[in-house]
Design a protein around this ligand. Structure first.
Ligand SMILES: Nc1ncnc2c1ncn2[C@@H]1O[C@H](COP(=O)(O)OP(=O)(O)OP(=O)(O)O)[C@@H](O)[C@H]1O
Length: 249
């Protein structure tokens, strides 16, 4: 099957440091692909290259065959690729509902943000759908800034999905979460792929979470792709154990 996302020969250099070196990987449609690796392996840099936050020195990123290397968040979203950073897409001084409405109106408006809030009924329907799907009914009229950390992370994912992307890039979706919130987020991410057919690429520190959740795991080490495969294949790989599990367990 044709991958939904293909990364080819991606690399970036920060001064003398080759933070990401000639990395290629594919993410399959409707599957969960995870990038893991020890501290400093280049995971965040690779994620930033894929999501367009930093421009690569080499290589390219193809989404459904379209070259989106270094594209702006707007262009990526219009192509069907959304990204969720760590609570950076929220307006803390606006209610949950308005955060979702602004995001849902994105595709309907020429330039995104200029139409008055509340002027689109299809965006309103999408907002109601997201509030139910993400279990935010009780918080719908609260200011986003007053939500708990776990609720903010959930809202952040809902905001990323408001424009109905086909793929979601997630940067450490459970960072800073309690055990209970982590488990809820794990179930949520799984259901987005299995029930809603969303393709997901995530960077995550929590190895157990990745092993439980992912269909395909890419292991980074010293800026390069060290191994990839199913969670079981990666777990059984001797060089992965030496480079990664050896350092952490
Ligand atoms: N903007 C930057 N300028 C200079 N060096 C950078 C920059 N971003 C990252 N680096 C360096 O690149 C290397 C890879 O960092 P990166 O954050 O991508 O790794 P990581 O695997 O995400 O690490 P961690 O798990 O600790 O977050 C590190 O040595 C880091 O110090």
């Amino acid at each position: 099957m044709q991958p939904i996302l293909s990364v080819r020969g991606l690399g970036v250099r920060f001064g003398a440091l080759q933070a990401v070196n000639d990395v290629s990987l594919d993410a399959q449609r409707g599957k969960i692909t995870a990038i893991i690796g020890p501290n400093g392996a280049g995971k965040s840099s690779l994620f930033n290259l894929i999501s367009g936050a930093i421009a690569p020195s080499t290589g390219n990123v193809l989404f459904e065959g379209e070259d989106v290397t270094g594209a702006s968040p707007d262009r990526m979203l219009r192509a069907g690729l959304a990204r969720s950073f760590q609570i950076t897409n929220l307006f803390f001084e606006l209610p949950v509902r308005e955060n979702l409405r602004l995001a849902a109106q994105f595709l309907e408006q020429g330039q995104g943000w200029l139409r008055p809030v509340g002027s689109s009924s299809s965006a309103g329907a999408r907002v109601d759908e997201l509030i139910a799907q993400f279990d935010l009914q009780a918080q719908a009229d609260a200011l986003a800034g007053y939500l708990s950390h776990g609720e903010q992370r959930r809202l952040e994912i809902a905001v990323a999905l408001a424009a109905r992307p086909r793929m979601l890039l997630l940067d450490e979706p459970t960072q800073g979460m309690s055990h209970a919130d982590t488990q809820e987020t794990e179930a949520l991410i799984r259901s987005l792929a299995t029930e809603h057919g969303l393709s997901i690429l995530l960077v995550e520190h929590d190895v157990e979470l990745v092993m439980n959740l992912s269909d395909h795991v890419v292991v980074m080490h010293q800026g390069q792709k060290l191994a990839e495969g199913t969670p079981a294949e990666v777990r059984g790989n001797a060089s992965v154990q030496a480079a990664y599990f050896g350092e952490h367990k």
